[in-house]
Structure formats: C-alpha cells, structure tokens
Design a protein. Structure first.
Length: 524
C-alpha cells in the first residue's frame, strides 16, 4: 500500500518557474519472517526523481502499526542507512532473535526514505482542493445523530475509518456504552512519528449533529477539513506523531473529547504538543453586520472586538481561539496563515486561564484539553454568532457555505500541523509480517464472521479483544482492507466491504486472544 506520492510543483523563484525537488517514493514493501531461523527479509522499491542519496530506515511494530517500539529489539542490515541509491527490489534483513513474541501480536514493518532536501510547504498547502472538500461534504451532509440519523451517522463513521485505512494510518476506536442500542465511538487515526514519536499533534473535529440539522457547517465542514489534512500529510514521514480524531457526541456535551482526555484515550507517556480543533469552518459573509459577538466580548477581548467593529462587523474571517497556555499555537496559526494563505483573514482571541471566564468559547472539543493544561485551539467561523442556520434544518452547504474560505482555513491549519509535527521530505510504505502464532489459536474465543448486505459482521464470543487487527485478504494473499481496534467489547463489529471483485476472500483477525482466519464469499 503506497503511502507517498511525489509532489511535482512549480514555484516562482526570482521571477522564473523552477521545478521543486520531489520527495522520494517508497513502494512495494513485502516482509517474510522465518521464525525458525529468526531472520526477517524485507524487500522494497524506492525512487527519487533527482537521484539524491537517501537515508533509509526500517521499523518494526508488534501492535499492528500503532507503535514501533519493537524496533529496539532487532538489528537491521542490507539496503538501510545513509547513502542509499534509488532502486527496485532492495533488500533489508533483520535478526529477530531478541524480538518479544506476545501471543496474537500483529507484526508490521515500515520502510522510510528521506533525502534531506527542504520541503516546499507552499506547494503542499496549495494541494488543498476546494472541490474535493465540496464533494466530501456532499456525502457527509445529513443528520448524524444516534437516534434521529443513525444510519447516516454510521456511514460517515465508516468513511472516516476507510480514509484512515487508505492512507496507512493506524486505526483505533475508543468505545463507550451510551444506551443498550448505541456505542459512542471516537475514531482515531495515528500517523506515528519516526523520531520523537511520544510527542503528538492532534487534528480533530466532531462528526455528530443535533437531531434536526444536516450539519453541513456544524460540523461537516470540520470533518472534511481534517480528512483533507490527513489525506495530504499522511504521505510523508514526520518527526512527531500526528493523530486525527473524529469525536462523537460533542453535541451531547463534549462527551467524546471528555472521554478521550479523561478516560484513557491519551496513551501513557505521550505529550500533546498541540490540538487543532475544527468547529465550523465554512460560513463566510462580506455583508456588514453579518457577525455578532457574545455579550461582554468587547470588555474581555477589546483588540479582537475592535478588529471586527472596524470592518463593519463582516463575517469574513476565521476566529483562532486559544487560552493563555496555548499562546504559542495562536501565534503559529496566525503566522502560518499570513505566510502561506495571505488572503485568509484571522482574528486571534486569547482566553485567560482555562476559559471559564468566557463560556461561549468553551463550546467545543478543545475545552477538555484546556481544562487539563494542554495546548489547544478552536478554529471556528463563529457558529450561531455568524451562521443563521446553526442547529436548524437549513444548515446545508448549498447557498450557505463558501468552499474557497473553507479551503483557506484548511490550508492554514495544514501548515500549522506540518510545522508542529516536523514533517520530513521523504516517503514511506509498510507491510504486515507473517505471524509466528498458529492460525486459529484463539484460546476458545472464536469469533463468527458473516457477510451480509455488503457489510462484514464479526460477532464475538464471551471475551474481550485488545489490539484487534482485521485484514481482508484476497485469494492471492494480498491485503485489500484493514481495520484496527484497541479495545473491543463483547459485541459485534460491522464495517462496509471495500469495492472489490466478487470471489473468495479470507478474514484474518489477530490480537490478544490469538489469531483467527475464516474464508468468506463476496458476491456482486
């Protein structure tokens, strides 16, 4: 599964157009372990348009690609290190003698190539596509509520997970019981850093709506925004980890983000470098008096108030809200917009303390991070203080949202995340490693796999799986779909089948309970 596509961008240099240096591309990674001799053989292709000497590194994961701490247990040799040239069928070997083999471990290997060249961030920013945002929002728009719009809510959840899978992100679903008929789900996609991987940059948006609104601006605009950033940044290695989160049940009182922050969502040992929270980013108006402000805003934030007042209260800006602890993020976002998206007007609002002085600025998923002294921004068009369709059936894209404005907000946010995470000029690809555990060694915890209505249903036995990896493999042994779940309760999982030809496939499940495989038939 290729994770990197090279950029061929043109930029003005001293008045002339010059081709930018393209990032190396890693592809075709395969991995086969001989568990008797404890030797892993990895093969990969790498290309670089300029034939720069490359630095190649390899990493091993024993939890399906969530972390790569197992790398310290192996020794690599072959086409790895500095000064590696482009080529096909490059070979790396690894001694696995000291590798821990926990039952049900899902082993993966990834190969990373960097060329040490500077990154043309402006060219990458310019890849944000307003038409793609519009097309994505055409699907996302619709009531997404656990009682009033469950089917569409589930469809949007699946589309987010499919995007994670398509772009090689480790998928993790944080579940909690809401009612007998509904499980809350935070949808987490992790792009693990190659250096300071315990430092994490979060880009997020809530994907649910209230019961009566199709939620184009609130918060379909945020959903398609963070999906676009995931689509573009995941192609490249980054020094720090980037995590994309679709929060559930924001409209019920920030339930999803509260659970992420306070109920085990943040892994032990991780430091959050910054949170970039999208909360409605699509409504724009150049009409005077189209922007109102909360009561007392002029007293608490006179500089921001005057910026709005001096522009006839036009709703033609994005509000960049941070608390005092997040001042560095406020500055970085504003400078990123000024440098890379100069047409985007940004107004900074710095809230003292944890924000309790201004309740209207605590109405989104950044608030639990502030409450625990973590840096976070709310990036917003102002919600009901600008968008008259807020929380109504009129919250649609048609006639209300401005996709050029939305794209500009996404561009500034991408530039901010890029700099925070220290994205590298390189490429990467990964592949599963054959398991050392015998298939169907599942300790009596046999899942039942059923295909119906173009969905795969996995009904579990009376046991709890952790770090479950689900692979859909075709008859040629190629993985065509992948899902990961960190903690799976004793009930069924469902996800849409990918668009694959009819035929025989195998569903392979691995995790703490062992490894299980079952043949299935997919019909047209």
């Amino acid at each position: 599964m290729k994770k990197t596509l090279f950029i061929a961008a043109l930029a003005a240099v001293s008045g002339n157009l010059a081709a930018q240096n393209a990032a190396p591309v890693v592809s075709g990674v395969t991995a086969m372990a001989n568990w008797d001799t404890k030797i892993l053989t990895v093969q990969y292709d790498v290309t670089d348009a300029e034939n720069d000497p490359l630095t190649i590194s390899a990493e091993i994961s024993n939890d399906g690609g969530n972390t790569y701490t197992a790398t310290s247990q192996v020794t690599f040799s072959g086409a790895v290190g500095t000064g590696i040239s482009s080529g096909t069928a490059q070979v790396i070997t690894a001694d696995l003698s000291n590798l821990n083999l926990p039952v049900g471990a899902a082993f993966r290997v990834r190969v990373i190539a960097v060329d040490g060249q500077p990154f043309d961030l402006q060219a990458l920013v310019n890849e944000v596509d307003s038409n793609r945002l519009k097309n994505d929002l055409a699907f996302v728009e619709g009531i997404r509520h656990r009682t009033a719009g469950l089917n569409h809510l589930n469809a949007v959840k699946d589309s987010i997970l499919q995007l994670y899978a398509q772009h090689g992100l480790y998928q993790n679903v944080q579940n909690w019981t809401v009612t007998a008929n509904y499980m809350g789900k935070n949808l987490i996609g992790t792009h693990r850093g190659i250096g300071e991987s315990n430092k994490v940059v979060i880009v997020d948006a809530h994907y649910d709506t209230v019961t009566n609104a199709p939620g184009a601006d609130d918060n379909g605009s945020g959903v398609v925004g963070f999906m676009e950033i995931a689509r573009l940044l995941s192609r490249y290695p980054a020094n720090k980890t980037i995590r994309y989160i679709g929060f559930d049940m924001e409209e019920a009182g920030l339930v999803g983000s509260q659970r992420y922050v306070n109920n085990g969502g943040i892994p032990t040992g991780e430091t959050i470098e910054g949170v970039l929270n999208f909360e409605m980013i699509g409504y724009y108006s150049e009409e005077p008096s189209s922007q109102s402000l909360p009561a007392g805003f002029e007293i608490l934030f006179p500089a921001a108030y005057n910026e709005v007042a001096n522009n006839d209260f036009k709703g033609d800006f994005i509000t960049n809200v941070g608390n005092t602890n997040s001042n560095s993020l406020l500055t970085l976002f504003k400078s990123s917009a000024t440098t890379y998206v100069p047409s985007l007007r940004v107004i900074n609002v710095e809230v003292p303390g944890n924000g309790t002085i201004a309740p209207d600025l605590l109405r989104s998923d950044h608030a639990p991070f502030w409450a625990t002294n973590r840096k976070a921004l709310m990036i917003t068009d102002g919600a009901n203080f600008r968008n008259e369709a807020y929380h109504t059936p009129q919250d649609t894209a048609e006639g209300y949202l401005n996709f050029t404005f939305m794209a500009n907000v996404v561009k500034a946010t991408l530039a901010t995340a890029f700099q925070l995470a220290e994205v590298q000029h390189g490429g990467w690809d990964d592949a599963p490693i054959n398991s050392p555990v015998s298939v169907n060694d599942v300790k009596g915890c046999h899942p039942q796999i059923v295909v119906r209505d173009h969905r795969i249903n996995i009904a579990q036995a009376n046991c709890t799986w952790q770090n479950m990896q689900v692979l859909l493999v075709n008859s040629e042994g190629r993985t065509v779909a992948e899902r990961q779940y960190s903690d799976v309760p004793n009930q069924s999982l469902e996800f849409d089948l990918p668009k694959v030809p009819a035929g025989v496939y195998f569903v392979q499940i691995s995790g703490n309970q062992g490894v299980y495989s079952q043949k299935i038939i997919i019909k047209k």
